[in-house]
Write a protein that binds this ligand. Structure first.
Ligand code: IMP
Ligand code: MG
Length: 183
């Protein structure tokens, strides 16, 4: 797998310190707006956010629950985001809840915009959004993101949960791949 890596964009130490800071910022906001008893529902978007959300929740001391949503936008070997599709069941009981949607990366914006609409349709009291990475590129759908880990250039990245054709999610660093690895 190592020989497939072109370069390390963000290493594990950089990711860990940024995730710690993000977690603190989210926890502080929750506490200042709702007090220590403010409960939230995290809605991680599968599959790419699993590693990020696992690290992030350990910096959130609040009472929280998790309701995952499964969305696909990069089917198979595609490097182009296709319009987002929801799979499987949605988290129930979102009515009146404070929801934080968590995704790995904001690219065209279609995934986050779709999930946000669905969560609002379920009558959540408040919806916030958090992404580890935000690509610098024009959005197909404009969506406000409340918490961003890193702004990155418009390159295809894998590792720390992000995949190419479902592989490389287990790499601890965020990397770009050699062109030969993406065939
Ligand atoms: P959007 O709907 O175009 O914003 O796409 C967001 C989704 O596309 C993310 O949840 C990722 O699963 C996937 N994605 C976008 N860019 C990348 C990338 O560089 N590497 C891996 N997955 C990506
Ligand atoms: Mg995804």
């Amino acid at each position: 797998m190592r020989k497939d890596v072109h370069r390390v964009l963000l290493d594990r130490e950089a990711i860990a310190s940024r995730v710690t800071a993000l977690g603190r910022a989210i926890a502080d906001d929750l506490e200042s707006t709702g007090g220590p008893s403010r409960e939230i529902v995290l809605v991680p978007i599968l599959t790419g956010s699993i590693v990020f959300v696992a690290d992030l929740i350990r910096h959130l001391p609040q009472r929280l629950r998790i309701g995952v949503m499964s969305v696909s936008s990069y089917p198979g070997r595609s490097l182009e985001s296709k319009s987002a599709l929801i799979h499987g069941s949605l988290p129930d009981d979102l009515a009146g809840r404070h929801v934080l949607i968590v995704d790995d990366i904001l690219d065209t914006g279609q995934t986050l915009a779709l999930v946000r609409r669905i969560v609002l349709e379920h009558h959540a009291a408040q919806v916030r959004t958090c992404v580890l990475l935000r690509k610098s590129r024009p959005r197909v759908e404009e969506v406000d993101v409340d918490y961003v880990g890193f702004d990155i250039p418009d390159v295809f990245v894998v590792g720390y949960g992000l995949d190419y054709n479902d592989y490389y999610r287990n790499l601890p660093d965020l990397v770009t791949l050699r062109p030969e690895a993406m065939r």
